[in-house]
Design a protein around this ligand. Structure first.
Ligand code: DGY
Length: 347
């Protein structure tokens, strides 16, 4: 669909987006917008075709491989900017874009709380066996209360482990720690002083109130987090150094009844190793929003009762998706107007 065929700049949008503000933003910046309204994931050939012989900017998706080849195609069509409707940008070769003189945008900030809340939801769903119990009810199997039925995990006073303590990890950790009085152990290349201060201040407030205090500690190694934590949540970016940061060997270090949650990127976990581990340890519980070979799941994963899976929807609220789409458009508009991009990944 074409919006404003007389616009000065041609912008390609590869998917239906959420809300109206993104389009208003582009129209105000004098753009002609060619949008693909199919929900299907576009192939490389279709992306090339969509760029065509002239294209000033693209608003694309994390499902598309914006690598050197596509950046070259975009550049030769006169492109100035590629804008990803996501905070993660492992699908974008930022270095290649920079080499070709293209700006890259992403959408941090607007999805922090929403994504953290999904990590909380998956933690509870996995730990309290919500999906299994729901299926049991719907199958008409509930014949009356039993002390032994669907025993799950208590979070109060336990230890929460974070791999990656950036924006989303911090909000997740604070929500769990403040809500369930959990202690935090985190691994991150940087010390998160703000998170540490918030936890210390909450801890002393709890102490004054006569409630269980909470603490925070930065671990020197990933292993230390895995060995100590009752819940481990992954919030690190995906790159060569974090691919399979959770592998068979590291899974073995975790408590046999721990919970592992991933709302980051699928390849952070060796999914085949995870299936093996879950088979061997029925008390080990997992909540996954993302998958190693999305949209596929590793063989056997879907039939494991100790795993809860959702289709990469951690940022899926109307408010957040509207914000992401708006920000993606604002990044394009800024570049086309010669202003600095609003949000760009670190190169
Ligand atoms: C992102 O933004 O990186 C998510 O995976 C989708 O919200």
């Amino acid at each position: 669909k074409t919006h404003n065929s007389k616009g000065k700049y041609r912008v390609v949008v590869t998917k239906p987006l959420v809300g109206d503000v993104w389009l208003e933003t582009l129209l105000r910046a004098d753009c002609r917008v060619d949008q693909c309204l199919s929900e299907r994931i576009l192939s490389r050939a279709e992306l090339r075709e969509a760029i065509g012989s002239h294209c000033d900017g693209v608003i694309g998706q994390l499902t598309e491989p914006w690598d050197d080849e596509l950046m070259r195609v975009l550049k030769s069509a006169g492109g100035k900017v590629y804008s990803n409707v996501a905070v993660g940008y492992d699908n974008v070769d930022v270095a290649a874009a920079t080499r070709h003189g293209l700006a890259v945008g992403n959408t941090p900030g607007v999805l922090t709380e929403t994504t953290a809340e999904m990590a909380v939801a998956l933690t509870f769903a996995a730990g309290r066996r919500i999906v299994e119990a729901d299926a049991f009810m719907r199958a008409g199997k509930y014949k009356g209360w039993l002390p032994t039925m669907f025993l799950g995990k208590l979070f109060y006073g336990k230890t929460l482990g974070l791999i990656g303590a950036g924006r989303i990890g911090s909000v997740f950790a604070l929500t769990m720690a403040r809500g369930c009085h959990m202690d935090i152990v985190y691994y991150d290349q940087f010390q998160n002083e703000q998170l540490e201060r918030k936890v210390r201040e909450t801890g002393s407030l709890y102490q004054q109130l006569g409630e269980r205090s909470i603490s925070i500690r930065r671990a020197d190694t990933v292993e230390e987090v895995l060995e100590t934590a009752d819940v481990v949540s992954l919030h690190t970016i995906l790159d060569a150094s974090t691919r399979h940061i959770i592998n068979a060997e590291r899974l073995r270090l975790m408590k046999k009844d721990a919970i592992l949650v991933n709302c980051g990127r699928g390849p952070l976990i060796d999914e085949r190793a995870l299936v093996q581990h879950c088979r061997q340890h029925p008390d080990f519980r997992v909540g996954l929003d993302v998958f190693e070979n999305e949209p596929q799941m590793a063989p056997g994963l879907a039939s494991l009762p100790n795993v809860v899976v959702v289709p990469h929807i951690a940022s899926a609220t109307v408010w957040t998706r509207t914000g992401m789409c708006t920000l993606a458009a604002a990044n394009v508009a800024a570049i086309l107007r010669g202003e600095p991009v609003w949000n760009q990944p670190d190169v």
